[in-house]
Design a protein around this ligand. Structure first.
Ligand code: NAP
Length: 291
């Protein structure tokens, strides 16, 4: 079965819009998400644009603060402190990557954990590890939601997460190992130094491919009935497409699909779920559900 991330993301966005209508009619404060965008990176513009658009569709207030690429680290940190102290803003994100003269870690640690709807602050990461309420990073949170909506059984299953980045692989491995649903898996976190990855994949009930290597996972690495979640997104040139490129995942979809019980496509799988996650986190911030 294909896990339709686009459909589920729209369903969640509709549910959030309905919640916002209730908030409005009760006279309470409408959720407000802000984003800081530094410089003019094309991909970042696209991502932030999609987030702002989704906010508007859901009935949220949104604010976009554009900063020049030459902004100093101190100036950016001061802007963050200003947003931390602004009672009108429930949560905000600083779009990454940042120019090389700015420390992303310093930026992340300056955002107040209460407003860190990207879930990158060490306090939120620590709370996630401890299974305490926290903002979860958008991509792993989106995958968890997708598994939940399709009632995918995870308890007692073996799972391999390929890739250990701080934004995807590592939090994903923690979430699936936690004592909750989805979770209670026995998780292997694989990376570029892992030996026998083929065997590990072949013996896993659930495979999360998040390494950024197009079509890495082939049918020989997947056992019959496995659940395969493809996080990878790589742009490759494509002569027949209007834009001149196409998106490839980390999974050889056409051959792996035959063996799976569930699989996400690229595009239309994990990608659209990240927007829904950000809106869910902002709604939690507005309701003060976590802090
Ligand atoms: P990243 O920071 O580049 O990390 C890649 C990870 O994969 C690293 O841990 C690396 O190991 C591991 N790796 C690389 N080659 C490997 C191999 N041959 N075998 C096993 N492990 C290998 O990547 P990321 O930011 O997590 O992103 C991964 C992919 O997901 C990219 O295609 C990205 O575009 C996509 N992505 C999609 C979404 C979405 O919304 N769908 C969101 C974020 C990212 P080492 O640690 O040993 O180097």
């Amino acid at each position: 079965m294909i896990l339709d991330g686009k459909k589920i993301s729209l369903e969640i966005q509709d549910e959030i819009a309905a919640e916002v209508l209730k908030i409005k009619s009760s006279g309470k404060k409408i959720p407000h998400l802000a984003a800081i965008l530094v410089g003019n990176d094309g991909a970042s513009e696209t991502y932030v644009g999609a987030k702002v658009k989704a906010c508007e569709k859901a009935g949220f207030h949104s604010s976009l603060f554009r900063m020049p690429a030459a902004i100093t680290e101190n100036e950016l940190l001061n802007k963050i402190i200003e947003l931390n102290n602004d009672p009108n803003i429930d949560g905000f994100i600083v779009q990454l990557p940042l120019p090389s003269h700015i420390s992303s870690q310093k930026v992340i640690e300056t955002i107040s954990p209460e407003k860190d709807v990207d879930g990158f602050h060490p306090v939120n990461v620590g709370r996630m590890v401890l299974n305490l309420p926290s903002y979860l990073p958008a991509t792993p949170f989106g995958i968890i939601q997708l598994m939940k909506r399709y009632n995918i059984e995870t308890t007692g299953k073996s799972c391999v997460v390929i890739g250990r980045s701080q934004i995807v692989g590592t939090p994903m491995s923690i979430l699936l190992a936690r004592n909750s649903y989805p979770g209670n898996c026995t998780v292997t976190l694989a990376h570029s130094k892992t030996k026998n990855l083929n065997e590990i994949c072949k013996s896993s009930d659930i495979i999360i491919a998040a390494l950024g290597k197009p079509e890495f996972l082939n049918a020989n690495m997947v056992k019959d009935g496995a659940v395969v979640i493809d996080v990878g997104i790589t742009r490759v040139p494509a002569q027949n497409s209007k834009s001149g490129f196409k998106l490839l995942g980390d999974v050889k979809f056409d051959e792996v699909v035959e063996k799976c019980s569930f699989i996400t496509p690229v595009p239309g799988g994990v990608g659209p779920m990240t927007i829904a996650s950000l809106l869910m986190n902002t709604l939690k911030a507005n309701r003060k559900e976590i802090y």
